[in-house]
Design a protein around this ligand. Sequence first.
Ligand SMILES: *[C@@H]1O[C@H](CO)[C@@H](O)[C@H](O)[C@H]1NC(C)=O
Ligand SMILES: *[C@@H]1O[C@H](CO)[C@@H](O)[C@H](O)[C@H]1NC(C)=O
Ligand SMILES: *[C@@H]1O[C@H](CO)[C@@H](O)[C@H](O)[C@H]1NC(C)=O
Ligand SMILES: *[C@@H]1O[C@H](CO)[C@@H](O)[C@H](O)[C@H]1NC(C)=O
Ligand SMILES: *[C@@H]1O[C@H](CO)[C@@H](O)[C@H](O)[C@H]1NC(C)=O
Ligand SMILES: *[C@@H]1O[C@H](CO)[C@@H](O)[C@H](O)[C@H]1NC(C)=O
Ligand SMILES: *[C@@H]1O[C@H](CO)[C@@H](O)[C@H](O)[C@H]1NC(C)=O
Length: 796
Amino acid sequence: MASKLLDWSGVQTSLHVFFALLLVISCSNVSTAAQAAPAEASIYIVHVSKAHMPPIFTEEEQWYSSTLASVKGYEPQEFNREQEGPIYSYGTVMHGFAAKLTEAQAEALKSVNGVLLVIPDDALVELHTTRTPHFLGLNASSGLWPSSNYGADVIIGIMDSGIWPEKKSFWDTGLSPIPERWKGECEEGTDFKASLCNKKLIGARSFFKGYEAAMGPINETTEYRSARDSEGHGTHTASTAAGNYVRHASLLGSAAGTAKGMASHARIAVYKVCWKGGCFNSDLLAAFEQAVIDGVDIISLSIGGGVLPFFLDPIAIGSFGAMEKGILVSTSAGNGGPSPLSITNVSPWVLTVAASTLDRDFPALIRLPNHAHYRGVSLYDGNALGRRQIPLVYAGNAGLPGSNGSANLCMAGSLDPADVKGKIVLCDRGISARAAKGMVVRDAGGVGMILANALANGEELIADSHVLPAALVGYGAGVAIKDYITQTDNATANIIFTGTVVGVRPAPVMAAFSSRGPNPANPEILKPDVTAPGVNILAAWTSRVGPTELPNDDRVVDFNIMSGTSMSCPHVSGLAALLKGAHPDWSPAAIKSALMTTAFNIDNSGNYLMDGSDSNISTPFSFGAGHVNPVRALNPGLVYDLDVQDYVDFLCGLNYSTSWLSTFTKGQYKCSEGGSAMSMRPENLNYPSISFVYKQDENSTTYVGSITRTVTNVGLPNSVYTLAAIPPPGVAMKVEPPTLSFGRLDEKKTFTVTCEAGAKSLVPGDSDSTFGSLLWTDDTHIVHSPIVFTWKTDLF
Ligand SMILES: *[C@@H]1O[C@H](CO)[C@@H](O)[C@H](O)[C@H]1NC(C)=O
Ligand SMILES: *[C@@H]1O[C@H](CO)[C@@H](O)[C@H](O)[C@H]1NC(C)=O
Ligand SMILES: *[C@@H]1O[C@H](CO)[C@@H](O)[C@H](O)[C@H]1NC(C)=O
Ligand SMILES: *[C@@H]1O[C@H](CO)[C@@H](O)[C@H](O)[C@H]1NC(C)=O
Ligand SMILES: *[C@@H]1O[C@H](CO)[C@@H](O)[C@H](O)[C@H]1NC(C)=O
Ligand SMILES: *[C@@H]1O[C@H](CO)[C@@H](O)[C@H](O)[C@H]1NC(C)=O
Ligand SMILES: *[C@@H]1O[C@H](CO)[C@@H](O)[C@H](O)[C@H]1NC(C)=O
């Protein structure tokens, strides 16, 4: 057993080194925005140990300026703090500052006493896009909405592209006064007056010092130098999480109904961190600092970059600092699916949200003259094409000379107007934005478009507000229509638009685009955590750009339909706000646990959630613990709780160096002295899902390993939970004890899961996983955790 433990540790070290290397490689390869900046200097984020501040300084600011003056070669008296000093100093979620430095100055800074890490801010992060309350079973007469008073006492910080404050979703009709503890502000800026805030939108700030230092001044002809949203993304996510009721909402007639956010009385505080050129880490960290200081309860972050070691990842650092103050950070899993290992935002203290469909659809029927017909989706619901057959051409056969095989994708300038004029054009999905292809077809004289999924998109149907009558079809239908075109002279087609339908089966289905596990940083932590609606979501929109986000789309809409994990994340942020409202004393980990252990993985047809990319059964690598179920999350029975020290011990278990660890602990926490090797093993973090990793070598024959978990009773004082377990196929599993008896609330019980499995023959670099379940149930609650067992060779 002892040697097994050492093997476990080895996994961590090698992965660790591996990812550190990866980072170095990607840093040097990527040509970054920062490097393209006019000056040679770029932004660096500097972590310090405050304990090492020389006693001659009374405040950190002096220390930072003096340190900068010395590495920049100034005498203290000639140092211009305004121009050369820190652009931000941080004291809440991290200790340190951001400053503009040359490479040589950054190098020199690394050897200054008290400086822990100097990290270039060139890892630009990016933005990852109503029927949902009804689909989620939220109900005005009972359950989470009334129990939480619709989240009225909860403040959700939205870090995104800003907000269009005048939209009805942000009116404060029916809201009680702003919670007194609120310390935030409504900052004035371009086209943004402080008077735009109200009892719904209680704060609005923007963070661009890092952006401007790297990219030059914000171009005010294309975007607002304020919290006003010129992109739409932030308006959409904010209204999904906490938009107020808006009757008769729709996008050009589609998805009509009353639009409402998940927590319709929760307060919104906007932190604009993303600009047209991207979202800078230094700005993001400053927003985290401010949100914590202002007093938000939940942070919603539909933003991500690549997977980095936690100490280099600003989202991991910022959200750790937020978690320390009791704030849950809900993040998007990313849109890199269906490839394995595409998951992002994987730190265990954030809630990582995947995306799946609703039971709402926008069907369109493609009719061919041979009576064949194919189902697609479209947000277009007019009858501009009439019922007649219209000439149909495959864009791949309608390219201009020299379009180099890009015509099939309907890339800008690739189509020959002579071939497409007056026709319906079939374009392949990929590379350019779906709606941009419609613009290309229209500009070349086409009258309609059929967009066909690529193989990787499978049968997943995403609706867009195209600028011409258009429908998206699945991969299979696309192949069939192309076959028809190939085999027919003068092919024709017709598209019939039928408007919005609800009650679609099966639903939910995992979106093909939703990023998938396994977790590349720490396979011992299953990611994503949950899935939520993220396909064809209706929410408020900016008035600055049309619904397709394309430059020449001049339509102004109040609502838009978007898809992405960016859209599923704020659903869960809103639900977390409701849980916080109903259970103000719950920790971020308890809220997360409640959402995870009550999630479901059976769709409305009674089958396991389907994978939209291949119509096969999906796995916890797509949906984590399952689809959120707010009705049950209100009363989960048991929770897997965690405090700051547990997460610190998790990092200790990764054998972080002192300076890496200090970026999180800030001198306030140490690795537990009494912590046994067992409690420091990352798989023993008290997470609501369980992941065994069997790292095989050439001599491996059998694996035996145990993981412990502790549950806290938040259900009925006197209760007895019994076990129901489904071992992952190929694994023998034992849980001890098989019964947990509680005599009071908040009582904790610990259990151990032991797995035994034979080695698999794997090619080096390969891995294989199987999935099981662990259920604790009294007669009222079912507490479910997915179990993953992974066989892997050295590196995968
Ligand atoms: C951490 O380092 C210690 C001492 O070198 C070692 O015993 C332990 O196995 C390592 N743990 C991990 C997870 O690498
Ligand atoms: C809300 O719940 C009540 C009681 O469970 C039920 O009668 C009612 O139909 C539900 N309303 C909706 C809109 O689902
Ligand atoms: C700002 O954007 C506009 C519109 O794209 C462009 O014409 C102009 O040159 C830009 N100004 C600067 C200073 O880059
Ligand atoms: C097509 O490809 C050729 C050779 O790769 C290149 O010279 C030409 O510029 C390309 N044309 C277009 C329109 O991209
Ligand atoms: C296709 O259209 C051309 C030009 O209108 C016509 O000459 C030809 O007969 C048509 N072919 C068929 C099979 O209808
Ligand atoms: C569906 O999943 C099963 C089991 O993992 C696998 O054997 C099969 O190849 C999959 N089918 C498709 C179409 O991917
Ligand atoms: C496998 O066993 C052989 C013989 O005992 C030993 O020399 C070798 O180092 C072992 N390999 C590993 C990876 O432990």
